[in-house]
Write a protein that binds this ligand. Structure first.
Ligand code: TEU
Length: 516
């Protein structure tokens, strides 16, 4: 692949602890992943993004990193990680890892040193320690996971954590912090990693002059990523993708500069309801944002933080919002799957790169009935059990067989698996021509030739039908109207998300066509 391999890539997100367990302890690991590389090759993806794989107390699924230069023992060893990177390369698959710069674990060496070094020490300057207001925290900022954003240490000072108390925020105005992360990037680039996903990328700079939370998108954050880009540019072919949640697309585009991030996740599209006007607007805005800065758009239908598409699209309200997960809102599984299939073909046809979260290709639903005492997400606890959190999209993958744990482990899975997932296993779907897995395999194969980065031209259709032609020759039509719609004449049908009905494109269906 060229030095711009990431521009049009199909990238598969592996949530390692739920992918495949190789040693029977109920937690997915590198051994399990390495054994399933042929599955990912056959699926047809160009790269894998792995969620954090570092040693971690797992207060937030590994986003509480205790050592940025090693591998969590539950997942394996550094030697196994290096072997994995090599085997993936042999299979033509790139590796993107997750780096978490906003915060570390409270067990990470620097934080342990800071707590014992005491107030006023240089060790404390690497974090945000402050005196309280009497018995009250330094200010009233709230954590993203709920509750105060400050926690007290035994000597009486408080430290800031935008997420869980086990995730103390680094002080990015301290030069030690930038130097440390440059070194971490080099550590992994030296080991063959092809890309870095930057966690919570927009929140690194804090403004404590504000009484309300003020940490999103301060200008100083760009200096940080200019430094990171300079490190990435010391190597060939490496990319940086930011997790940049920003409603303002002009501000978002500022992260995508020749001396900054190569690309960033498109959360506008991910949050978009299944509605033709909203989808078209999101696509147009995305392309208008990315084209002037020559960055490829990214298309994302799900990840480890959001409701599974099959469940989301089966609800009366098909938008996604972190603040309201709509847990328990009735969802029609048949309609949801039908729309998730149509959405997948739409997303994979658009110009840019495509991210696929593990299990999306199996059409897994959100698991909403996990008993409270088995839930692991800190959001569940921090919200006082009012928000079920994100465990429902992190349930382990069903691989084979007819009963839990469906070949995922020989032990007990770290989250319970639904008993009715036999039809959803990879084994069962790989021999079913109408399955979601077959659709993803077929689509990714066609996408290799006719998809990827480039341009689109909208076709003249009714508002409720989205139709465009790609520079590659692919035509994509999605019918979001309640009635069947005709296809253009003189075209070859390559793939449809639902069979045609009397030659017409049924509602909630996408077709891929070629020719005119
Ligand atoms: O998420 C950052 C983030 O702010 C949201 O996606 C967050 O999970 C959501 O608003 C909660 O409702 C990243 C990771 O993707 C997430 O898994 C981590 O928990 C978080 O950072 C902290 O590292």
């Amino acid at each position: 692949m060229s030095e711009t391999w990431w521009r049009g890539a199909a990238i598969y997100q592996v949530y390692l602890r739920s992918f495949a367990d190789g040693n029977g302890d109920g937690v997915g690991d590198l051994a399990g992943l390495r054994a399933r590389l042929p599955y990912l090759s056959e699926l047809g993806v160009d790269a894998i993004w792995l969620n954090p794989w570092y040693p971690s107390p797992m207060a937030d699924g590994g986003y509480d990193v205790a050592d940025y230069r090693d591998i969590e023992p539950l997942f394996g060893t550094l030697a196994e990680a290096e072997a994995f990177i090599g085997e993936a390369h042999d299979a033509g698959i790139k590796t993107i890892i997750d780096v978490v710069p906003n915060h570390g674990s409270d067990q990470q060496e620097w934080f342990v040193q800071a707590v014992s070094a005491g107030p006023g020490s240089p060790e404390r300057e690497r974090f945000w320690f402050a005196d309280g207001r009497g018995d009250q925290p330094p200010n009233d900022w709230q954590s993203i996971f709920g509750g105060p954003a400050w926690t007290r240490v035994p000597d009486g000072q408080w430290y800031l954590h935008l997420f869980a108390p086990e995730q103390p925020d680094f002080n990015w105005s301290n030069p030690d912090v930038a130097a440390e992360f440059h070194d971490v990037l080099r550590f992994w680039f030296d080991r063959g990693v092809d890309g870095i996903r930057i966690d919570s990328a927009a929140v690194l700079i804090k403004d404590f002059t504000s009484v309300t939370e003020s940490y999103t998108d301060h200008d100083g954050v760009h200096d940080i990523y200019r430094g990171w880009r300079a490190v990435a540019d010391e190597y060939d072919d490496r990319m940086l993708i930011g997790e940049v949640w920003l409603p303002d697309q002009e501000r978002f585009a500022l992260y995508l500069r020749p001396d900054e991030l190569h690309t960033a996740f498109n959360f506008d599209f991910l949050s978009c309801p299944w509605d033709p006007t909203a989808l078209r607007k999101s696509i147009d805005t995305t392309l208008a944002t990315h084209q002037p800065v020559n960055a490829p758009a990214t298309w994302v239908l799900s990840n480890h933080d959001v409701t599974r598409p099959v469940t989301k699209y089966g609800r009366a309200d098909t938008s996604f919002d972190h603040a309201d997960r709509k847990h328990g809102m009735p969802s029609d599984p048949v309609l949801g799957l039908r729309r998730a299939r149509a959405a997948a073909l739409l997303a994979m046809a658009l110009p840019g790169s495509m991210y696929i979260y593990q299990g999306e290709e199996l059409g897994l639903p959100e698991v909403e009935d996990i008993p409270g005492h088995l839930r692991q997400d800190p959001i569940w606890t921090r919200s006082g059990h009012t928000d079920p959190g994100r465990d429902g999209c992190r349930v382990p993958l069903p691989w084979s067989g007819t009963t839990p744990p469906f070949g995922y482990t020989t032990g007990t899975p770290w989250l319970p698996m639904p008993t009715d997932w036999a039809p959803l296993t990879a084994e069962s779907q790989s021999t079913t021509p109408t399955s979601m897995l077959t659709l993803y395999r077929q689509a990714l194969r066609i996408r290799r030739d006719l998809g990827g980065d480039g341009t689109l031209t909208w076709l003249d259709t009714p508002d409720s039908v989205l139709a465009f032609t790609r520079d590659t020759g692919l035509t994509c039509i999605t019918n979001l109207s309640p009635t069947p719609t005709p296809l253009p004449r003189n075209t070859e049908i390559l793939l449809t998300s639902t069979p045609l009905a009397s030659g017409l494109l049924p509602p909630d269906t996408t077709a891929w066509l070629r020719g005119s």
